[in-house]
Design a protein around this ligand. Structure first.
Ligand SMILES: Nc1ncnc2c1ncn2[C@@H]1O[C@H](COP(=O)(O)OP(=O)(O)OP(=O)(O)O)[C@@H](O)[C@H]1O
Ligand SMILES: [Mg+2]
Length: 355
């Protein structure tokens, strides 16, 4: 008898507190006991569940099917189901028949695993698309030449130039991908040192200059704020420079000829903010929260054709890299933008302690 009591108490503890969710149903698939998590998934108070049919309480056909299968067999039945608000959580389910004819269902959450699989699938689909596009162009160009359709030297050279551009684009894509993979896997360790914000901005202006020139754009460095305590940032000069250069590239790329890119910094108690502003095409509100995701582009047709204007081709990886670098510094990124009249991106980086 004592042993039964212990078993009962153990089951009660599992039912209430285990991360594995337990639901006991009778031979007609009515709930006999279920813990608070099951009640939460059912969206009902815990004391409302006993007596309800499993399907009515949780609304899951696959869960019901596992219970039925378990009832009919001495072997455990297994399956998978989505539960919760808008079926947003995934569970693996095991059903075991009890000696009295009921079934105990144990559910383990596998949402994180499913989410990771989805991300990986999207990633593969995106990357295949991004690699396919320039490859298709190269193949077409090469075929045209091979077919003898290009008879004079000048046209042949023109084709070669186009092929070279596509290859450059592919190479850049592969570099960005490798970079992102290294940063995401934590393989890149930052070499943090105190940096003067005005040096960071001056270096950025120097590096973006040639590209801005080609687009007929000017780069303006806004005067630094009067900061009596001369703040320094705790940054990796190389990586922080790369992040800001990505922002400046975008500012040039998504602007009109003759426009202006403004570079600025300012400081708060804890951080230094670097800003890159343009009066370009801007970003519609609906897209603003997603542009820092890898491969996300507002409009594929907007970044112009790689062959026609190589400077405007992009994979949608630049901002993902910026975000990772900022977060690697313990900082953050942000944007404000008016669709049609420009964007301001910023990176906040923690300040270096004063010596
Ligand atoms: N300054 C900007 N003005 C307007 N739109 C922008 C600006 N910066 C980024 N975007 C939008 O956000 C998207 C994502 O930018 P991101 O830098 O990640 O990718 P990309 O520039 O398309 O390609 P990549 O940087 O990998 O060469 C861009 O495709 C563009 O639609
Ligand atoms: Mg970019």
């Amino acid at each position: 008898m004592a042993e039964r009591a212990v078993a009962g108490a153990a089951f009660e503890a599992l039912l209430r507190h285990s991360r594995t969710l337990l639901i006991v149903v009778d031979h007609r698939l009515r709930i006999r006991s279920a813990g608070p998590v099951a009640a939460e998934l059912a969206g009902r108070p815990a004391d409302a569940l006993p007596g309800m049919s499993l399907i009515a309480a949780l609304g899951s056909v696959p869960l019901d099917a596992v219970a039925r299968e378990a009832l009919a067999s001495a072997e455990p039945a297994v399956g998978e189901t989505e539960l919760g608000h808008r079926a947003s959580r995934s569970f693996s389910v095991e059903g075991l028949r009890l000696p009295d004819g009921g079934v105990v269902l144990s559910l383990s959450e596998i949402s994180a695993l499913r989410r990771a699989e989805r991300v990986r699938r999207d990633f593969m689909a995106n990357i295949s698309h991004e690699l396919r596009t320039p490859l298709t162009s190269i193949k077409l160009l090469a075929e045209t030449v091979a077919d003898g359709a290009v008879d004079d030297g000048a046209s042949a050279r023109d084709f070669a130039v186009q092929i070279e551009r596509e290859v450059d684009h592919l190479a850049q894509l592969v570099d960005e991908l490798l970079d992102l993979a290294r940063i995401e896997s934590g393989e890149v360790s930052l070499t943090i040192a105190p940096l003067r914000p005005s040096d960071v901005i001056a270096r950025l202006a120097e590096r973006i200059g040639p590209m801005a020139d080609r687009q007929g754009m000017t780069v303006r460095v806004l005067p630094p704020p009067a900061e009596p305590d001369h703040p320094m940032v705790a940054g990796d000069a190389e990586r922080l420079g790369q992040a800001l250069l990505n922002l400046a590239h975008n500012a040039v790329k998504y602007s009109h000829r003759g426009g202006e890119v403004r570079l600025a910094w300012s400081a708060t108690e804890a951080a230094v903010r670097f800003e890159v502003a343009d009066d370009g095409i801007g970003i519609p509100e609906a897209h603003r929260s997603r542009i820092f995701e890898r491969f996300y582009k507002v409009d594929r047709s907007r970044a112009r054709d790689a062959a026609a204007e190589p400077e405007r081709a992009g994979a949608g990886l630049g901002l993902a890299i910026v975000r990772h670098i900022a977060e690697g510094h313990g900082g953050s990124v942000g944007v404000r933008s008016t669709h049609g009249s420009g964007s301001t991106f910023w990176v906040d980086v923690p300040r270096a302690p004063h010596p």
